[in-house]
Ligand binder design. Structure first.
Ligand code: ADP
Ligand code: AMP
Length: 224
C-alpha cells in the first residue's frame, strides 16, 4: 500500500452506483466509507437540527448549502476511523466543497490519491432509481431487480428494513440530474487537471464495474 492516508473520491451522478461500489471496495481496502447523503439521512432519522435543515433541500432535489455540508463532512473525517483515509461518496459535489477538502487535506500534508468517475447515461440512472431500496439501519443500497437482497425487504448485512427514498421519486430525480450536470460535473475537469481522475464505465453489471474500479485503484495505489 502506498504511504500516508488513502483518500479516494467516488464521483458520478445520482444512482451511478457509488454506494454499491463503495460497499465492496471499502472492505478490500479497509477504508471508512463516508457518504454525505447517508450522514444527512442519519441526522434526519435522529431529527437533529442539521437533519431537519438538510431535508428542505433534499426533498426538492437540491444541494444542501456548502457551509453546512462541508462542516458535517469535515467533522466526520476528523474521527479516528478516518486516520488512514476514507472512501468519499457524494462529497464533494461543488467546486467550493472540493476546494475546502483540498485545503483541509493540504494543511495536514495529505492529498487525494484517486477520483474514479463512474459514468452512466441519464436514462439508465432513472431506471435504476425506480428500483432502489435502502437499509434503514446501515444505508446499504439494493435494487429490486439488479441487486436484490436475499430476503425481500430485509438488509443482508443487519436485517434492517429496506425502504424507498422520498427523493427517488421521478420528478425529484430529474431535478437531481439537472443539479448534477450544472453543479457537480465541473468536478470531472477539476480532478482531471489534478491528474487523479480515472474514468470508469458504470453502465455494466456491478461486478464488472468493481473490476474496473479495482484496476484503477491498483494502478494508483499499487495494491491487490
Ligand atoms: P449512488 O450511491 O451513486 O446514488 P447506488 O449505489 O445507490 O448509487 O445505486 C443506485 C441503484 O442502482 C441501486 O438500486 C443499486 O442497487 C443499483 N445499481 C448500482 N450499480 C448498478 C449496476 N452496475 N447495474 C445495475 N444496477 C446497479
Ligand atoms: P445522495 O444520497 O448522495 O444521493 O444524496 C442525497 C441528497 O443529500 C442530495 O440530493 C442532496 O440534497 C444532499 N447531499 C448529499 N451530499 C451532498 C453534498 N456533498 N452537497 C450538498 N448536498 C448533498
Amino acid at each position: 500500500m502506498a504511504k500516508g492516508p488513502t483518500f479516494i473520491i467516488l464521483l458520478g451522478p445520482p444512482a451511478s452506483g457509488k454506494g454499491t461500489q463503495a460497499a465492496q471496495l471499502r472492505e478490500a481496502l479497509e477504508l471508512s466509507h463516508v457518504a454525505s447523503g447517508d450522514l444527512f439521512r442519519e441526522n434526519l432519522g435522529n431529527e437533529t437540527e442539521l437533519g431537519l435543515k438538510a431535508k428542505e433541500y433534499m426533498d426538492r432535489g437540491e444541494l444542501v448549502p456548502d457551509d453546512i455540508t462541508i462542516a458535517m463532512v469535515m467533522d466526520r473525517l476528523s474521527r479516528p476511523d478516518c486516520a488512514g483515509g476514507a472512501l468519499l461518496d457524494g462529497f464533494p459535489r461543488t467546486i467550493a466543497q472540493a476546494e475546502a477538502l483540498d485545503a483541509a487535506l493540504t494543511t495536514q500534508g495529505h492529498k487525494i490519491k484517486l477520483v474514479p468517475n463512474i459514468a452512466v447515461p441519464d436514462e439508465v440512472l432513472v431506471e435504476r432509481v425506480g428500483g432502489r431500496r435502502i437499509c434503514r439501519v446501515c444505508g446499504e443500497s439494493y435494487h429490486v431487480q439488479f441487486n436484490p437482497p436475499q430476503k425481500e425487504g430485509v438488509c443482508d448485512r443487519d436485517g434492517g428494513e429496506l425502504y424507498q427514498r422520498d427523493d427517488d421519486r421521478p420528478e425529484t430525480v430529474r431535478k437531481r440530474l439537472k443539479v448534477y450536470w450544472k453543479q457537480t460535473s465541473p468536478l470531472i475537469d477539476y480532478y482531471r487537471d489534478q491528474g487523479v481522475l480515472a474514468e470508469v464505465n458504470g453502465d455494466q453489471p456491478i461486478e464488472a464495474v468493481q473490476a474496473e474500479l479495482r484496476a484503477a485503484v491498483e494502478k494508483a495505489l499499487r495494491v491487490f
